[in-house]
Design a protein. Sequence first.
Length: 95
Amino acid sequence: MSHGPVTKWNEDGSSEYKAKLGVKMFFVYLTVYSGFIIINTINPKLMGIAILKVNLAVFYGIGLIILALIMALIYNYLCTRKENEMALISKEGDK
């Protein structure tokens, strides 16, 4: 015996925006990550240079992790804002 969903789920009007934003952010990260790969491929000795008492490889790697976390927070903020905007438009249309 199924009682159905607890809440009503409408179509997500912001899904296209979120998909485009995700693709753009992916390419930003891909560009930065590609720099890491290119440095390792072309001049791996460069990764041994010390920056702030750690080598460039560690510094760059931690930077990539931090960048991913920051981008995730930005993505969440922008998507939430768009969803709230769409919900407000939907409520105004229902009146």
